[in-house]
Design a protein around this ligand. Structure first.
Ligand code: NAD
Length: 336
């Protein structure tokens, strides 16, 4: 593969779950990577690769120093607050960090004439849709401040693109999942809210039980359906998006879904973890949570057509067994 060592990519949130996998893949492809992360949500030791600037995106002085010290060709922007439930309790904090942080980053990019941006968006921008499979043309109707903050950031990118200030691709991930245990990378947030890690923790005896929030949804087994996408597939999509921008083949702004087109229910995930772990554990049936759509399943065909991207690692058994192996390795809490 041709060396990319003449190109430096700024990865915000690059010590986090998806950012760390993407940064590692970028390095493997020969890119130089600079990470800016405030390290607020836990990080794997393997994610703490220099150069890593511990700073908040809204620290303009720190961002200017990064752009001055490195010849940044493009930015991949993961840094955000990510918990739907917390966003319902603290909406201002979510708009401040996710919209405010994106604005601060765009302003810094403009000051330093950097025009290419790949943005972490989310299926949460769609909210509750009647559609079985969601294409990018579906109306955005976020049903929580987290999703709304991402939809606003997308709108800002689209407006900046219209005036030629940026070329940007927003990637709307469905449920990021899986791990790269062989690299020491995986998902283990300070406060875990994602289903697969929670179920694995129950299987490993690290938590007493796992809860199903709502078993009366209009779905085949009554529990919510989600489209799980392996984090290494997400990393690959970011690199393809980045290369489309750097090659000049993708001017303006566009948003693409990243998913498989296949939904799994909460009960199916619990069963998959039971199979992989060979371990039973306690499951509680609880009330629905506010802001949880019954189904979120991607139509991923636009990303395939525009970027040549297709999920390669996202079979459920692979996702669960990679995540499980990562958790087995990382039994002890990480140092902060
Ligand atoms: N995990 C998912 O299922 C999922 C799904 C859709 C979209 N996303 C998006 O993907 C991105 C990455 O998610 P993740 O799961 O890796 O989360 P994560 O919490 O593991 O990583 C985010 C990182 O951003 C950093 N960060 C947050 N705010 C910052 C700020 N103001 N300045 C500097 N650093 C900051 C945190 O310290 C953290 O390391 C987020 O934008 C999230 O909204 C995630």
């Amino acid at each position: 593969m041709a060396s990319r060592s003449d190109q430096t990519i700024l990865v915000t949130g690059g010590a986090g779950y998806i950012g760390a996998h993407t940064a590692q893949q970028l390095r493997t492809r020969g890119y130089d990577v600079v990470v800016v992360d405030r390290l607020s949500n836990g990080a794997c030791p393997a994610a703490l690769v220099e150069p890593l600037v511990r700073a908040d995106l809204q620290d303009a002085t720190a961002l200017d120093a990064v752009f001055q010290a490195h010849d940044i060709a493009a930015v991949i922007h993961f840094a955000a607050s990510i918990e739907v439930g917390e966003s319902l309790r603290q909406p201002l904090a979510y708009f401040a960090n996710n919209v405010g942080g994106s604005l601060a980053l765009l302003q810094a990019m403009q000051r330093h004439s950097v025009r290419a941006l790949v943005f972490s968006s989310t299926a949460a921008v769609y909210g509750n849709q009647e559609l079985e499979i969601i294409p990018e043309t579906a109306a955005l109707a976020p049903c929580n401040p987290y999703g709304a903050s991402k939809a606003m950031a997308e709108q800002i990118l689209a407006e900046q693109a219209k005036v030629g200030a940026v070329n940007a691709i927003a990637l709307r991930y469905f449920n990021a999942s899986g791990a790269a245990p062989e690299l020491g990378l995986g998902e283990r947030h300070q406060t875990e809210t994602h289903l697969i890690p929670l179920v694995i923790q129950a299987a490993l005896g690290q938590r007493e039980q796992v809860s199903i929030f709502g078993s009366d949804y209009p779905t085949p087994d009554g529990t919510c359906l989600r489209d799980y996408i392996h984090v290494m597939d997400l990393a690959e999509a970011h690199i393809l998006a980045l290369e489309a921008l750097l090659s000049g083949q993708h001017p303006g702004f566009a948003a693409y879904n990243l998913g498989t087109g296949q939904g799994y229910s909460v009960r199916q995930i619990i069963e998959a973890v039971r199979q992989v772990a060979g371990q039973d554990f306690q499951v509680l049936e609880a009330e629905r949570r506010a802001g949880d759509p019954a189904r979120l399943i991607a139509d991923p065909s636009a990303a395939q057509a525009a970027l040549g991207w297709q999920a390669q690692h996202s079979g459920l058994e692979r996702i669960v067994s990679d995540a499980y192996r990562f958790f087995q390795q990382m039994f002890e809490p990480w140092p902060r």
